[in-house]
Design a protein around this ligand. Sequence first.
Ligand code: MOS
Length: 731
Amino acid sequence: MTAHLKLDKPQSDRLGDMAQGVIGRETPRREGPLKVTGRAPYAAEVGDGTEAVGVFARATIAKGKVTKIGLDAVRALPGVCAVITDERLLRNPAQGTANTAPVQGGRDVAYFGQPIALVVAETYEQARHAAHGLEIAYDAAEDAAVTPEDAEPESLESKQIDIGDLDTAMSHAAHSMDATYTTPSQNSAAMEPHASIAVWKGDELTLHGSYQMLKFNRNELADSLGVDPEKVQIKSPYVGGGFGSKLGIAPEAVGAALAAKELGRAVRVVLTRPQVFEATMRRSETRQRVRLAADADGKLTGIGHSAWVSNLVGEAFSEPVAQATHFTYGGANRSYRHLIHRVNRTCAGSMRAPGEAVGMLALENAMDELAHAAGVDPVELRLKNIPDRHPEDDKPYSSRRFADCLTEGARAFGWHKRNPTPGQTRDGEWLIGLGMASAARGNILSESHARVTLHSDGTATVETDMTDIGTGTYTILGQITAEMLGLPLDRVNVALGDTAFPPASGSGGSWGAGSSGSAVFVACQNIRAALAEKLGMEEDQLTLTEGSVIRNNTREPLSAVLDDDLTVEGHIEPGDTSEEVQQAAFGAHFAEVAVSAVTGETRVRRMLGCFAAGRILNEQTARSQCHGGMIFGIGAALTEELVHDPRDGHIVNHNLAEYHVPVNLDIPQLEVMFLEERDAHANPLQSKGIGELGISGAGAAVTNAIFNATGVRVRDYPATLDKVLPGLPDI
Ligand code: MOS
């Protein structure tokens, strides 16, 4: 049986009617014990050890052509089985955007670090040795653009938007702000590096990989190889983080597949950390000019957000910097520009909260600067400027407890204790400051399928190619099924991460839980209907709990009323509700920092995020998502920065020793609050996405707190001590 729901109208709160109380409840990740005891096999670990091992040799120029590869010398080295130089390895320099990047033809190099050849040997050491020894000759192009300044920006016409007249609003404003902020290239830095084991049986490929979006990844891989997608199966049951870097196929999957085909045996390719940094993707650096015009009370009359980013030639994606600026605050006069520098640097793709993660740093710093200039409390300034309807297309919001997040968060944090005059609070050598910022992230429903079987023994199985990238998918899909079918959670088996299962939304854009969860919901709803029909009742009269059916005041185990398995494939699709309303999750971040008056270093002392994101499906996994996002925000604010060599664009700090993500000691007490909310337009679960909400705006709360602590406004991220120190008062 199949069941289909297209979201053409708001949905009733069916989950709220259920009897179990499993949904929403704090529930630890079901696969957690497997992971912490090393029994959850990751992609690199699934083989039996007989695989050949591939290591990439990579470009050492930014742009040009490969003229010769010294194959013979390397083929003679011990253990070497093959050197793969198939042009399918090279034709798409940005594998992560496979369907949109240009086919560069034969042997073109588009960036330093681009994979050129895969050297395959019996052992990793042999392959690495041979790859390092592989001589590659180039005809280097003279016109490589390795810094944004080298390339005239091109204008993305769909993002040049003018509403009203911002220039006039700026010149008439009682208070105004016009400042430029910069953010550096960043890396997703997922714990598990990209890894694939490829196995062919005849013309059928099985790839054990680490990917976020299997139904797309399967097509991308097939497309890269030039084979029929039906012949490709990808398995990613466990993924050690993605944060966008595993949205698209990466070179190791293509390389492993080509090598395995050529050799007729399984091949494993695991990227090293430097290869992950240089040969998968980065977040673009940005330069952002924000203009704000306000009347004497601090009410916005205009907003301008112009952004410059960088991408490879032909990349369709570019960081949608102003995404949240369109719908967060009011102001009649609005102006946007989006310019792209085409550079010979590692492909710039989607990293957690593409757009908001960096766009809200600038917007929320500018709001803080305006608040200071206008003498209005920063929380008050936000509250004054929450629009009734979407300020640009006049849609209503589906649900929005934005104001409550600001006020409840401020109360819980003790915001009233903040001294609005910077540099006034000391604790020994430390200057103490409080800062805040808003959080906003659009909500998306993405088409998804899932098969649910209620077995005659009273257990259930969920099957979908959805991934769990550390977010809690195994757990929440189990909870939804348990809630709908009245089963204890441990009677629901959830199988994920295999393209043999019905295709899901994948994990991306914060839509995974809502979308894949809705497909499961639709299937369960249909199973309930079938069960009700069998029992001669209406579905909404059916009470299922603890593995039993309750009817006519009697309670029978499900297994007693089921003579056969009931299987339904659920299918959810977005419809009018995605068009008619503005859907977004909102929140507010509050941070307390201490800045050393001696060294200029910043320590975050505490941080609180207050969020409203529709129904929270599992309070524990949702809180973990927000913690992770806030930690990302602290990293963006204080330490994370990819440094490109100005001579050839290569990433200098291509490892976790020198690309500084926060470590445990950098992170203080983080508090996360959720406000009760339901969103009937979002999906039948009434939930909104949460994976990227926590990072949106988070870093700006930290830099705004640095300003409050010191009076130093750092507009060039990250706010490292060298940028803070010169502005500090004498001790
Ligand atoms: Mo996300 S950047 O869509 O994994």
